[in-house]
Design a protein around this ligand. Structure first.
Ligand SMILES: Nc1ncnc2c1ncn2[C@@H]1O[C@H](COP(=O)(O)OP(=O)(O)OP(=O)(O)O)[C@@H](O)[C@H]1O
Ligand SMILES: [Mg+2]
Ligand SMILES: [Zn+2]
Length: 378
């Protein structure tokens, strides 16, 4: 099978890691000066570059060109051509040890680490331990790790990656440099998706790319994986042998985003107090096989956002992360509808939450929702 897009487009230089400028600058300066630290904590949302950067550190430390050519080393980037760099990319470097703390909570892994970290690197200059999901380690594993962090061998570097910084003991965090990896705005993710689509010859509408970036909610990986899924419609060689442009409608269908349109349409009926229309729409959704419990949950979130937006229009900026421009415009129009005053929205949301609680355990999921409609709209 062809290499997954998100792997193929994993940044190969600090400069290519997008949106984490401050972190990259600090690391680059350290690399230029040959002063990479012994312990790092990379903290932040999924798919924002933690593992990528950890592997870049491994390359920076072991790159043969950097080791042999001081002028090149002073540039602060790996060569991506030598055996060591290629081994990191292929994930078969003997000196880069990736540990998944989530499996078995790292007990055996940290024990192995304690033993193996003392022995010299196999081919590189450094041994780099990348501990993923570091917050999952047990207390015993943390203790063992602490001993190592207190006196790390000169040839060892430990990078801990985590999405939950608060779960790491202070004894560990105080001995490592901490870098925060931020969720990225839609525009940054979209720009990368555009570049990938161009390079791969994927014909896709900008609106479809925007939707994919929005669904990624700040994660490059999620967005890139979705692009891959959606792109099978647009690349030659797919079942439909003749390439065609992936449209917004295609992307909505493939990603299940059509749901949001339905939620919006239903919210309009609620605010317009159109009981007949709402009941009919509900029946339609149910017939189409949608899960009404999930639908109600999505609706609550949607109205909650609409309420926030009408109370504080400057929230628009933060909603842009996971909504496309058109989706946001629709939500704003909803907030501006006659009948969408805060008091009404609050009543609707409260009633929906009650209905949702009942629906979850009811053998007749539709009933609490229908009763709620009748109560609120008539
Ligand atoms: N800052 C970034 N700039 C460009 N691409 C990125 C960035 N972050 C992630 N990616 C893309 O997403 C993929 C996954 O990134 P990575 O493995 O570094 O995420 P992560 O932060 O370790 O996530 P997780 O917490 O899920 O392990 C990369 O291969 C790359 O294609
Ligand atoms: Mg990772
Ligand atoms: Zn190299």
């Amino acid at each position: 099978m062809a290499q997954a897009l998100y792997r193929k487009y994993r940044p190969k230089r600090l400069e290519d890691v997008l949106g984490q400028d401050m972190n990259m600058e600090i690391l680059k300066n350290a690399a230029k000066a040959g002063r990479i630290g012994h312990a790092y904590i990379f903290y932040g949302a999924r798919g924002t570059g933690k593992t990528t950067t950890a592997r870049l550190i491994a390359k920076l430390l072991n790159c043969e060109k950097r080791r042999n050519d001081p002028a090149f080393a002073a540039l602060g980037e790996p060569c991506n051509e030598c055996r060591e760099c290629l081994a990191v990319d292929a994930q078969n470097s003997m000196d880069v040890i990736e540990i998944d703390a989530a499996s078995n909570r790292g007990i055996d892994e940290i024990r192995n680490l304690k033993e193996s970290i003392r022995t010299a690197p196999a081919t590189g200059a450094y041994k780099v331990y990348i501990i993923d999901e570091a917050h999952m380690l047990t207390g015993a594993a943390f203790n063992a790790l602490l001993k190592t962090l207190e006196e790390p061998p000169a040839h060892a570097v430990i990078v801990m990656a985590t999405t939950e910084f608060e779960k790491l003991p202070p004894t560990i965090t105080s001995r490592a440099q901490r870098f925060t990896f931020r969720k990225q705005p839609k525009a940054v993710i979209m720009a990368k998706l555009e570049a990938i689509a161009k390079e791969e010859g994927i014909a896709i509408e900008p609106a479809a790319l925007e939707l994919i970036a929005a669904i990624g909610e700040g994660s490059f990986r999620d967005a890139e994986s979705l692009l891959e899924q959606v792109s099978s419609f647009g690349t030659p060689g797919s079942r439909s042998s003749k390439a065609r442009t992936v449209t917004l409608a295609d992307a909505e269908r493939i990603t299940g985003r059509t749901g949001l349109r339905k939620v919006h349409a239903f919210a309009e009926l609620l605010i317009a107090k159109d009981l007949k229309g709402a009941l009919a729409y509900l029946a339609e959704i149910s017939d189409e096989g949608h899960n009404l419990v999930q639908f109600t949950k999505d609706l609550i979130h949607y109205l909650r956002k609409t309420l926030s937006l009408s109370v504080n229009p400057s929230l628009e900026e933060s909603f842009e992360k996971d909504l496309t421009r058109d989706e946001l415009a629709a939500m704003k129009a909803l907030a501006a509808m006659k009948g969408a005053d805060s008091a009404t929205l609050v009543l609707l949301i409260k009633a929906l939450i009650r209905a949702y609680a009942e629906m979850r355990y009811s053998p007749f999921a539709a009933v609490p929702l229908e009763v709620m409609l009748v109560e609120q709209l008539s």
